[in-house]
Design a protein around this ligand. Structure first.
Ligand SMILES: [Zn+2]
Length: 250
């Protein structure tokens, strides 16, 4: 008797490239560096503009550091880490780390950011309850991911947040795709070859956080983690190391 062959997963499609501006919206400093910085490096190399918006400053992320000390430090690390992959603009929405509430206020803040930056591509992080059914996700990631998927539409509707129009933020209905990083159901991928080395350095900029997280040498830790991730996606992307995304078309 032989076991049935495992069903092979369908190939990942290349990410859309016919866009100029992307906005990445996540909950915490390091959320982008743990997954998609290699893709972002390649996009900024190609002359595309990528902007980061973080719901919090990650001030509750380090047990040994009180939030009033931790927030400014992690903000600084996030700005340095964005610069490594060619991202100059990093904004913080100042929701409270660990207790971000999904709701109208969060949707409004993200819709305002989308109207300010007018992206064609919006990027966010896994909005589902779990990481592939294995690990429970954090409520902050779920809230920000869901609110970002919602806000891509909210930003284009003049009547949902009319106060934004009064502030001079005209509706922007130009978001064509929302790409979710860290999804267990990816549909697309970006080649990570050119950006991988910068992705490692970008994650390494979160040094304070990483030094508390692991006893391993920080660089070895970053390289092992990111290389493992992009290699895992390679088998569905023609053997090329890749950053996978679940893409929702609009
Ligand atoms: Zn996070």
């Amino acid at each position: 008797m032989s076991l049935p062959e495992p069903k092979s997963e369908p190939a990942l499609q290349p990410m859309p490239e016919d866009w100029q501006r992307a906005l990445a919206v996540v909950a915490h400093p390091d959320d982008l560096e743990y997954g998609c910085a290699a893709a972002i490096a390649a996009w900024t190399d190609a002359g595309k503009e990528v902007t980061y918006v973080l719901a919090t400053r990650g001030e509750a992320g380090i047990d040994t550091l009180a939030p009033d000390k931790c927030g400014p430090l992690r903000e600084q690390e996030q700005r340095a880490s964005a610069a490594v992959v060619g991202v100059d603009t990093v904004e913080f929405l100042d929701h409270k780390d660990g207790v971000i509430e999904y709701g109208v206020a969060l949707r409004r803040d993200i819709a305002a950011a989308i109207r300010r930056h007018r992206p064609e591509l919006v990027i966010t992080l896994n909005h589902r309850d779990t990481w592939g059914g294995v690990y429970w996700n954090t409520p902050d990631h779920v809230a920000v991911g869901r609110a970002t998927l919602d806000a891509a539409a909210d930003a284009g509707n003049r009547w949902i947040f009319p106060e934004l129009t009064e502030e001079g933020l005209e509706p922007w209905n130009g978001v064509k795709w929302v790409a979710v990083a860290g999804s267990a159901q990816p549909t697309h991928a970006a080649d990570a070859t050119a950006g991988l080395e910068r992705a490692v350095r970008s994650l390494l900029e979160h040094r304070t956080y990483i030094e508390v997280l692991t006893d391993e040498d920080p660089e070895t830790y970053c390289r092992t983690f990111l290389t493992g991730n992009v290699q895992a996606a390679a088998e569905r992307f023609g053997g090329k190391p890749a950053v996978p995304f679940e893409v929702f078309n609009r």
